[in-house]
Design a protein. Sequence first.
Length: 152
Amino acid sequence: MLVKECMTTRVITIFPDSEILDAVKLMVENNISGLIVVDKNNKVVGVISESDIVNALKSSFPEISITSNISLSLLLLLKKGLQVYMEAKKLAKLKVKDLMTKKVFSVKPEDTIEEAARIMSEKDGKRLPVIDENNNLVGIISRSDILKALMK
């Protein structure tokens, strides 16, 4: 089966100069764990994920064990009072480009889902942008897209 047969074509993207809080809002509103970062020409320039943001918080608060459960993490962080407020203000000033992963692995629509799965497995990724011959973003394929395709 080919990537183009199971990819999602409605891709939620963000620009590198967008604020981190805008990225968080998009992830929460769309119940997704990451966003593809594109430039004004729809070229993929990076990926920003929950992990990137949580890791930024971890580095600010090494004494607190932050789990991937962001709600629990925020409750723990709120106990820190003013320090948390000040760190959150610093984080809020960051742009997507400050935390995004710049080395992006992608697939083409004509690639097989086996190839997409191999790349995800090797790179420990959850999603891959799908780009056309001009390197324009045309879709996204996630682990769940691959699992759904295998169930067919």
